[in-house]
Design a protein around this ligand. Structure first.
Ligand code: ATP
Ligand code: MG
Length: 267
């Protein structure tokens, strides 16, 4: 069962069923995922929130096929998946641009991996750089960009492949508060404009509330989704101070209480 989903009655675009993953490290066994179920609906923004080590990255990597599960199934548009999915794209927490490639060639990386021809991939990469406001930096090397700009290139690289589901693992975690807030607004606008489906991992409860339609709460060891909270706040949320909204305060308090009741706290 998918715990606590009330808003969505349609068919999910992405389904994760009974996903299990245990890591065996030196003298330590960690049940990172314990029969995790998750349904993601087309066009929704869903966040995974929970304390460090509760299995968020493991779940996202398994969804994309970067990590192999011990048990469980995943499907996209009803079709079971195996291996790395070409229909999803992953934005990593580390800003891992290739330093010897221009911004444009970095943005085109996923297209190259998918075998797209040079001129088409250049056009497509330029289009997404325009979306993130970096067209004028297309020929620059990445090290000449600020951290926020580099992460925008990471987002552009993922958008370039026009993924059916965009997976984002704490993409703004390394950025200062101002840049982080600016990018939150930008990603919310892109999500609305492109009608994307996004699964977003964050430690930050306010970030999750600002961005999401639903927030899935994780608890660690064993990693489980224990509740899914509907974020019933009006959009566009950049138009008002979400943190001061009475309903946002209620949701924040509910989420924090739930997470505190687990074995860890968000940082
Ligand atoms: N390759 C690995 N080998 C051994 N243990 C691992 C490995 N990857 C993850 N783990 C363990 O699995 C658990 C879940 O890790 P995961 O990275 O998914 O957590 P997370 O929720 O993303 O944490 P954070 O918020 O700190 O990024 C942790 O206890 C971690 O130590
Ligand atoms: Mg993680």
């Amino acid at each position: 069962m998918d715990p606590g989903s009330s808003l969505h009655n349609g068919k999910p675009i992405l389904e994760v069923k009974e996903m299990c993953k245990t890591f065996f490290a030196k003298e330590r066994t960690v049940i990172a995922l314990d029969h995790v179920n998750l349904s993601v609906y087309k066009g929704e923004f869903i966040s995974l929130v929970g304390p460090s080590g509760c299995g968020k990255t493991t779940l996202l990597r398994i969804i994309d096929g970067l990590e192999i599960a011990d048990a469980g199934q995943r499907s996209l548009e009803g079709v079971p998946l195996s291996g790395i999915s070409q229909d999803m794209a992953y934005v990593f927490q580390d800003i891992n641009l290739l330093p010897w490639r221009s911004v444009l060639d970095n943005a085109a990386l996923g297209l190259e991996a998918r075998g797209m021809g040079k001129s088409e991939r250049k056009d497509r990469a330029m289009e997404v750089l325009e979306m993130v406001g970096l067209a004028s930096f297309a020929s620059s090397p990445p090290y000449t960009l600020s951290g926020g700009m580099q992460q925008r290139v990471g987002v552009a690289r993922a958008l370039a492949v026009r993924p059916k589901v965009l997976l984002m693992d704490e993409p703004f975690g390394q950025l200062d508060n101002f840049t982080r807030e600016a990018l939150q607004v930008e990603i919310a606008q892109l999500w609305e404009k492109l009608g994307m489906t996004i699964v977003f991992v964050t430690h930050d409860v306010d970030e999750a509330i600002f961005l999401s339609d639903r927030v899935a709460l994780f608890q660690p060891a064993p990693g489980r989704i224990t509740e899914i909270v509907d974020v019933d706040l009006p959009r566009p949320r950049a138009d008002y101070d979400v943190r001061a909204h009475p309903r946002a305060l209620e949701l924040r308090s509910h989420i924090m209480t739930h997470l505190r009741a687990g074995k860890g706290m968000p940082e």
